[in-house]
Design a protein around this ligand. Structure first.
Ligand SMILES: C[S@@+](CC[C@H](N)C(=O)[O-])C[C@H]1O[C@@H](n2cnc3c(N)ncnc32)[C@H](O)[C@@H]1O
Length: 301
């Protein structure tokens, strides 16, 4: 295991992974007596493990500790390893990772889980491109079911990817939506000051330029220098809650069923970083995920 690959997780990372683990375990149980071919698709798979700065900052017992480096670093299972540990197993594991070094770490999971090795496929590449292939309308999804986990650091997921996953009708999707880590950071007080490439990035994520109407209102607060009747432009009205609601509404355009709230993951200062959201082609998944979101303890603060 290399120490130098990947950044450090926070307590919210444990909340996220615990939600993923609980959903995968419930899903595997439901699928146990059905005849579907199942797959777990981890489109931002990482290395298979997550690093934390030190043990003291992490509440004991949330996860079994995978491996502890002395003092400074603490390793826990990442999403790929969590999925491989679920019983009964998925029929296939597709791990997509852009970074070659990280993908190399993923290869080692075949040795760690020899009984799953033949079912593991590692794709080194861009998640959006790989998923476009997997979710191509020509691909036959009848008889197949999959859980897709999208866990980007930031704004890497394109709307077309979300749409493609929804179109299969047979994918259950968990997505770490970049609420504070992406969208809130890109929204400037004055929309004119948003660099065009950032505006484009927002439109690619939401799949519509409507975020401009949604997150900005006419400015009615003249400064002492403004003459009456001056066009004061528009001003930011977006809050994390508003952004989350807009996103959840958008998800409903791509998927038939969406968890209505998701789970906001905050940093130690209680600032929202991400929204863990869930969407599926069937209502059962949403019922299960809603109850997981409801019960998931907040270890973030
Ligand atoms: C937050 S980490 C994933 C953590 C992992 N899910 C876990 O629980 O261990 C995000 C990963 O996505 C990878 N990545 C970034 N952009 C990507 C892209 N466009 N396609 C595929 N992987 C990407 C990064 O190299 C990084 O390993």
């Amino acid at each position: 295991m290399s120490n130098s690959i990947g950044g450090f997780g926070g307590r919210w990372t444990l909340d996220k992974l615990e939600c993923v683990r609980l959903y995968l375990a419930a899903y595997a149980k439901v699928m146990m007596n059905q005849n579907f071919k199942t797959a777990y698709i981890d489109a931002f798979a990482g290395t298979g493990y997550t690093r934390f700065k030190n043990e003291k900052s992490i509440p004991a017992g949330v996860f079994e500790q995978e491996m502890a480096e002395p003092e400074a670093e603490d390793f826990r299972q990442g999403s790929a390893q969590i999925a491989l540990g679920i019983e009964p197993p998925f029929g296939k594991y597709i791990f997509i990772e852009k970074d070659r070094k990280r993908a190399h770490e993923l290869e080692k999971l075949k040795e760690k889980f020899p009984q799953r090795a033949a079912s593991i496929k590692i794709e080194v590449g861009d998640a959006n491109a790989e998923l476009a292939r997997l979710c191509d309308p020509k691909m036959k999804w009848g008889g197949r079911r999959a859980v897709l986990f999208l866990d980007p650091y930031g704004m890497q997921v394109d709307w077309s990817t979300i749409e493609g996953a929804g179109r299969t009708k047979n994918i259950d999707m968990l997505f770490l939506f970049p609420l504070g880590m992406g969208v809130m950071r890109l929204l400037r007080r004055d929309p004119v000051q948003i660099p065009p490439e950032n505006a484009q990035c927002l439109t690619k994520l939401f799949g519509t330029p409507d975020w401009q109407k949604e997150f900005y209102v006419d400015n009615d607060q003249p400064s002492i220098f403004d003459d009456p009747g001056t066009d004061l432009g528009r001003v930011k009205a977006a809050t994390p809650e508003k952004v989350a609601n807009f996103w959840l509404k958008r998800l409903g355009d791509a998927f038939e069923h969406v968890s209505p709230k998701g789970r906001v993951l905050c940093n130690s200062k209680n600032s929202p970083l991400y929204l863990l959201c869930f969407a599926a082609g069937n209502p059962k998944g949403v019922t299960i995920m809603n109850s997981i979101f409801k019960k998931s303890t907040n270890t973030t603060r």
